[in-house]
Design a protein around this ligand. Structure first.
Ligand SMILES: [Zn+2]
Length: 125
């Protein structure tokens, strides 16, 4: 993905991340009053993320549509459902369904693997 040009310095990317965070926070606050402004904030956040080659933080990854890039608020213009081990987010702006693998299970598994490793290690001592 970073085929051309070099990465921006870390401090720059940190500022970019902070600005993205602020934009999404504002978008959340404004949505009930001014949804169009919220969509605009997402647009700005995406522009920053592209320009500074920094990802939109995970905590906001469910707050916008990956297809139409509109701001999404659960139960307002999106619908979140858990289907087996996936999170299905339906965007009511374009009717697209985003599927996000449900990570918690994986994390628990990983942790138990680490614990097993520690126990093994202790047993060998
Ligand atoms: Zn959409």
């Amino acid at each position: 993905m970073l085929s051309r040009g070099s990465k921006k310095p870390k401090w720059m990317r940190d500022i970019a991340k902070e600005r993205i965070d602020i934009l999404f926070t504002l978008a959340t606050k404004e949505f009930s009053q001014n949804p169009l402004r919220s969509h605009r904030y997402v647009e700005l956040a995406r522009a920053i993320s592209k320009k500074y080659k920094t990802k939109i933080p995970k905590k906001w990854s469910r707050s916008y549509c990956k297809t139409c890039y509109k701001f999404l608020l659960p139960d307002k213009n999106s619908h979140v459902r858990l289907v087996s081990s996936e999170v299905h987010i339906k965007c009511h702006e374009c009717n697209n369904v985003m599927i996000i693998p449900y990570k918690r299970e994986k994390k628990i598994k990983r942790r138990s693997n680490i614990n097993a490793y520690i126990i093994k290690k202790r047993a060998n001592e």
